[in-house]
Design a protein around this ligand. Sequence first.
Ligand SMILES: Cc1cc2nc3c(=O)[nH]c(=O)nc-3n(C[C@H](O)[C@H](O)[C@H](O)COP(=O)(O)O)c2cc1C
Length: 195
Amino acid sequence: MSALLPDTVLALFNERMAAAAEAGEHEPNAMCLSTVKGDGVSSRMVLLKAWDERGFVFYTNLESDKGQQLHTRPRAALNFHWKSVEQQVRVEGRVEAVSANDADAYFASRPRGSQLGAWASDQSRPLSDRQELLDRVAALEAQYSDGPVPRPPHWSGFRVLPSMIEFWLGGSSRLHDRDRYTFDGERWQRSRLFP
Ligand SMILES: Cc1cc2nc3c(=O)[nH]c(=O)nc-3n(C[C@H](O)[C@H](O)[C@H](O)COP(=O)(O)O)c2cc1C
Protein backbone atom coordinates (compact mmCIF):
# COMPACT_ATOMS: atom_id res chain seq x y z
CA MET A 1 0.00 0.00 0.00
CA SER A 2 1.25 3.46 -0.75
CA ALA A 3 -0.13 6.94 -1.06
CA LEU A 4 1.04 10.44 -1.76
CA LEU A 5 3.09 11.84 1.10
CA PRO A 6 1.24 14.55 3.03
CA ASP A 7 2.62 18.07 2.42
CA THR A 8 3.78 18.33 6.03
CA VAL A 9 5.80 15.11 5.82
CA LEU A 10 7.37 16.06 2.51
CA ALA A 11 8.21 19.47 3.99
CA LEU A 12 9.84 17.76 6.98
CA PHE A 13 11.98 15.61 4.65
CA ASN A 14 12.95 18.70 2.62
CA GLU A 15 13.83 20.59 5.78
CA ARG A 16 16.05 17.81 7.12
CA MET A 17 17.77 17.19 3.78
CA ALA A 18 18.47 20.92 3.50
CA ALA A 19 19.82 21.04 7.06
CA ALA A 20 22.17 18.13 6.28
CA ALA A 21 23.43 19.88 3.14
CA GLU A 22 23.80 23.15 5.07
CA ALA A 23 25.85 21.32 7.73
CA GLY A 24 28.29 20.29 4.98
CA GLU A 25 27.19 16.66 4.72
CA HIS A 26 28.98 15.13 1.72
CA GLU A 27 26.34 13.81 -0.72
CA PRO A 28 23.33 14.06 1.60
CA ASN A 29 21.37 12.38 -1.21
CA ALA A 30 23.33 9.13 -0.71
CA MET A 31 21.06 6.44 0.68
CA CYS A 32 21.27 2.77 1.47
CA LEU A 33 18.86 0.80 -0.71
CA SER A 34 17.75 -2.62 0.48
CA THR A 35 16.03 -5.09 -1.79
CA VAL A 36 14.69 -8.63 -1.53
CA LYS A 37 17.16 -11.26 -2.76
CA GLY A 38 15.51 -14.67 -2.92
CA ASP A 39 14.72 -15.47 0.69
CA GLY A 40 17.30 -12.94 1.88
CA VAL A 41 18.02 -9.24 1.51
CA SER A 42 20.70 -7.15 -0.20
CA SER A 43 21.90 -3.58 0.48
CA ARG A 44 23.99 -1.01 -1.35
CA MET A 45 24.29 2.77 -1.61
CA VAL A 46 22.60 4.73 -4.42
CA LEU A 47 21.96 8.43 -5.00
CA LEU A 48 18.54 10.00 -4.64
CA LYS A 49 18.02 11.98 -7.85
CA ALA A 50 14.45 13.26 -7.47
CA TRP A 51 11.69 13.20 -4.91
CA ASP A 52 8.23 14.60 -4.45
CA GLU A 53 4.92 13.57 -2.85
CA ARG A 54 4.92 10.40 -5.02
CA GLY A 55 8.19 9.06 -3.70
CA PHE A 56 11.98 8.78 -3.99
CA VAL A 57 13.76 8.20 -7.31
CA PHE A 58 17.16 6.68 -8.10
CA TYR A 59 18.72 5.47 -11.34
CA THR A 60 20.58 2.29 -12.14
CA ASN A 61 21.24 -0.56 -14.55
CA LEU A 62 18.04 -2.58 -14.87
CA GLU A 63 20.04 -5.77 -15.44
CA SER A 64 22.15 -5.32 -12.31
CA ASP A 65 21.52 -7.50 -9.28
CA LYS A 66 19.34 -4.78 -7.71
CA GLY A 67 17.51 -4.25 -11.02
CA GLN A 68 16.66 -7.93 -11.26
CA GLN A 69 15.72 -8.12 -7.59
CA LEU A 70 13.35 -5.17 -7.98
CA HIS A 71 11.85 -6.70 -11.10
CA THR A 72 11.09 -9.90 -9.16
CA ARG A 73 10.09 -8.26 -5.86
CA PRO A 74 9.23 -4.57 -6.35
CA ARG A 75 9.68 -3.54 -2.73
CA ALA A 76 12.50 -1.63 -1.09
CA ALA A 77 13.76 0.10 2.02
CA LEU A 78 15.86 3.28 1.98
CA ASN A 79 18.03 4.70 4.71
CA PHE A 80 19.62 8.13 4.85
CA HIS A 81 22.16 8.77 7.60
CA TRP A 82 23.31 12.36 8.09
CA LYS A 83 26.06 12.18 10.69
CA SER A 84 26.70 15.91 10.99
CA VAL A 85 23.12 16.58 12.14
CA GLU A 86 22.62 13.22 13.93
CA GLN A 87 19.67 12.31 11.80
CA GLN A 88 18.37 9.25 10.04
CA VAL A 89 15.40 8.89 7.69
CA ARG A 90 13.99 5.47 6.85
CA VAL A 91 11.56 4.80 4.01
CA GLU A 92 9.79 1.56 3.07
CA GLY A 93 7.45 0.83 0.23
CA ARG A 94 6.55 -0.51 -3.14
CA VAL A 95 8.72 0.28 -6.15
CA GLU A 96 7.68 1.32 -9.64
CA ALA A 97 9.60 2.19 -12.80
CA VAL A 98 9.94 5.88 -13.64
CA SER A 99 8.56 7.00 -17.00
CA ALA A 100 10.77 6.76 -20.09
CA ASN A 101 10.47 10.55 -20.40
CA ASP A 102 11.80 11.11 -16.87
CA ALA A 103 14.65 8.65 -17.45
CA ASP A 104 15.54 10.29 -20.80
CA ALA A 105 15.54 13.76 -19.26
CA TYR A 106 17.73 12.71 -16.34
CA PHE A 107 20.12 10.71 -18.54
CA ALA A 108 20.53 13.71 -20.86
CA SER A 109 21.50 15.86 -17.85
CA ARG A 110 24.35 13.53 -16.79
CA PRO A 111 28.01 14.25 -17.56
CA ARG A 112 29.11 12.62 -20.81
CA GLY A 113 31.53 10.29 -18.98
CA SER A 114 28.67 8.94 -16.86
CA GLN A 115 26.53 8.46 -19.98
CA LEU A 116 29.27 6.40 -21.64
CA GLY A 117 29.85 4.53 -18.38
CA ALA A 118 26.19 3.47 -18.35
CA TRP A 119 26.74 1.81 -21.76
CA ALA A 120 30.13 0.35 -20.84
CA SER A 121 29.24 -1.32 -17.55
CA ASP A 122 27.48 -4.68 -17.36
CA GLN A 123 26.79 -3.74 -13.76
CA SER A 124 27.06 -6.62 -11.25
CA ARG A 125 28.48 -9.06 -13.86
CA PRO A 126 32.02 -10.49 -13.52
CA LEU A 127 34.81 -8.37 -15.02
CA SER A 128 38.02 -10.27 -15.70
CA ASP A 129 40.22 -7.24 -16.13
CA ARG A 130 39.77 -3.49 -15.53
CA GLN A 131 41.33 -2.84 -18.93
CA GLU A 132 38.29 -4.46 -20.55
CA LEU A 133 36.10 -1.72 -19.05
CA LEU A 134 38.51 1.03 -20.14
CA ASP A 135 38.65 -0.42 -23.68
CA ARG A 136 34.87 -0.39 -23.85
CA VAL A 137 34.77 3.27 -22.82
CA ALA A 138 37.39 4.15 -25.44
CA ALA A 139 35.39 2.35 -28.13
CA LEU A 140 32.20 4.16 -27.08
CA GLU A 141 33.99 7.53 -27.16
CA ALA A 142 34.99 6.80 -30.76
CA GLN A 143 31.50 5.52 -31.64
CA TYR A 144 29.64 8.57 -30.35
CA SER A 145 32.37 11.04 -31.24
CA ASP A 146 30.89 14.44 -30.34
CA GLY A 147 27.28 13.39 -30.91
CA PRO A 148 24.65 12.89 -28.22
CA VAL A 149 24.75 9.66 -26.22
CA PRO A 150 21.31 7.99 -26.11
CA ARG A 151 20.01 6.38 -22.92
CA PRO A 152 20.78 2.65 -22.91
CA PRO A 153 17.60 0.51 -22.89
CA HIS A 154 18.93 -1.28 -19.79
CA TRP A 155 19.38 1.93 -17.78
CA SER A 156 16.52 3.72 -16.05
CA GLY A 157 15.07 4.71 -12.70
CA PHE A 158 12.92 3.38 -9.92
CA ARG A 159 10.62 5.26 -7.58
CA VAL A 160 10.09 4.01 -4.03
CA LEU A 161 6.46 4.79 -3.12
CA PRO A 162 6.50 5.19 0.65
CA SER A 163 4.06 3.41 2.91
CA MET A 164 6.30 4.19 5.89
CA ILE A 165 8.70 7.03 6.59
CA GLU A 166 10.46 7.53 9.88
CA PHE A 167 12.46 10.52 11.08
CA TRP A 168 15.08 9.84 13.75
CA LEU A 169 16.83 12.60 15.61
CA GLY A 170 19.74 11.78 17.88
CA GLY A 171 19.40 12.88 21.51
CA SER A 172 21.73 12.81 24.48
CA SER A 173 21.97 9.61 26.57
CA ARG A 174 20.49 7.70 23.64
CA LEU A 175 17.13 9.36 24.26
CA HIS A 176 16.52 9.80 20.57
CA ASP A 177 13.35 11.08 18.92
CA ARG A 178 11.53 8.80 16.50
CA ASP A 179 8.55 9.99 14.51
CA ARG A 180 7.00 7.41 12.24
CA TYR A 181 4.36 8.00 9.57
CA THR A 182 2.56 4.92 8.24
CA PHE A 183 -0.07 4.67 5.53
CA ASP A 184 -2.73 2.23 6.75
CA GLY A 185 -4.56 1.90 3.45
CA GLU A 186 -6.78 4.91 4.01
CA ARG A 187 -4.75 7.57 5.72
CA TRP A 188 -1.33 8.40 7.10
CA GLN A 189 -0.96 7.77 10.82
CA ARG A 190 1.72 9.40 12.90
CA SER A 191 3.23 7.59 15.86
CA ARG A 192 6.05 8.32 18.24
CA LEU A 193 8.28 5.34 19.06
CA PHE A 194 10.57 4.51 21.94
CA PRO A 195 14.12 5.02 20.71
C1 LIG B 1 27.80 6.90 -2.45
C2 LIG B 1 27.45 5.89 -3.52
C3 LIG B 1 26.47 6.20 -4.45
C4 LIG B 1 26.11 5.29 -5.44
N1 LIG B 1 25.11 5.60 -6.30
C5 LIG B 1 24.68 4.68 -7.21
C6 LIG B 1 23.54 4.96 -8.03
O1 LIG B 1 22.89 6.01 -7.94
N2 LIG B 1 23.17 3.99 -8.91
C7 LIG B 1 23.84 2.80 -9.03
O2 LIG B 1 23.44 1.98 -9.86
N3 LIG B 1 24.90 2.51 -8.24
C8 LIG B 1 25.33 3.42 -7.33
N4 LIG B 1 26.39 3.13 -6.51
C9 LIG B 1 27.03 1.79 -6.61
C10 LIG B 1 26.18 0.76 -5.83
O3 LIG B 1 26.40 0.91 -4.44
C11 LIG B 1 26.45 -0.69 -6.25
O4 LIG B 1 27.81 -1.00 -6.11
C12 LIG B 1 26.03 -0.98 -7.69
O5 LIG B 1 24.86 -0.29 -8.06
C13 LIG B 1 25.82 -2.48 -7.91
O6 LIG B 1 24.83 -2.93 -7.02
P1 LIG B 1 24.07 -4.34 -7.25
O7 LIG B 1 25.10 -5.32 -7.74
O8 LIG B 1 23.48 -4.69 -5.94
O9 LIG B 1 23.01 -4.09 -8.31
C14 LIG B 1 26.78 4.03 -5.52
C15 LIG B 1 27.79 3.72 -4.58
C16 LIG B 1 28.11 4.64 -3.60
C17 LIG B 1 29.17 4.27 -2.59
